[in-house]
Write a protein that binds this ligand. Structure first.
Ligand SMILES: [Fe+2]
Length: 220
């Protein structure tokens, strides 16, 4: 599968409108091993991600005025929506968008690319000096995240690359920042293989990031 088609699938989720649909994983659940075992990938996608989609649809059922908006618009426009539905959009809409990107960022075998190129490479050198320093910052953010959440590499409104730890399913889009790399540090992402060894999981996932998919985020 080409990098372009991988990216297009993550992007398509942000363009979805109610009723939202779980995208297919797009590759065999085994193809991320040994970094992430097939059982974890299957449960994570088929149950956890699916639940975010189901619950987002349930929450929006009673708000037909919101059915015209895309997932990206719902996340970026949070302050405009009725208070009664904001938390559901934040948690379940965020969960849908975050996981769609995460699946695409994991490189299945032949799609692996080990280093960023083009604009992303230039921005990493400008803002982190080296790719290793950028990865170290992502790992540190993942380790520092208390409880459930994500470590993010984002592009800010002023076009800087910054690493942030965000709780729960909060999307960087809520604050108008563009997600470039997202590392899921909920225990459901790693517990079967790694138990409490979150650092080992982060090392393994950082070694499997498809930096072409990450770079494609900048061209949105
Ligand atoms: Fe997750």
């Amino acid at each position: 599968m080409s990098v372009r088609s991988l990216f297009a699938r993550a992007d398509a989720v942000l363009a979805q409108r109610y009723p939202f649909v779980l995208p297919a994983l797009g590759y065999d659940a085994k193809s991320i091993e040994p970094a992430i075992d097939a059982q974890t990938m299957t449960i994570h996608h088929d149950r956890h991600h699916a639940a975010y989609v189901t619950n987002l649809n349930k929450a929006l059922e009673a708000f037909p005025d919101l059915h015209q908006y895309t997932l990206g618009e719902l996340l970026m426009g949070m302050r405009k929506w009725p208070a009664a539905v904001q938390t559901a959009i934040r948690n379940n809409g965020g969960g849908h968008a975050n996981h769609a990107l995460y699946w695409e960022l994991l490189a299945p075998g032949s799609a692996t690319s080990s280093t960023p190129s083009g604009q992303l490479s230039e921005m990493i050198v400008r803002d982190f000096v080296t790719l290793d320093a950028c990865k170290a910052a992502l790992k540190a953010a993942g380790l520092a995240q208390f409880g459930s959440g994500w470590a993010w590499l984002v592009k800010t409104a002023t076009s800087r690359l910054v690493v942030r730890g965000l709780p729960n399913q909060d999307s960087p889009l809520l604050e108008g920042e563009l997600p470039i790399v997202g590392l899921d540090v909920w225990e459901h992402a790693y517990y079967l293989r790694y138990q409490n060894r979150r650092a080992d999981y982060l090392d393994a996932v950082l070694a499997r990031i498809n930096w072409d998919v990450a770079g494609a985020q900048l061209r949105r």
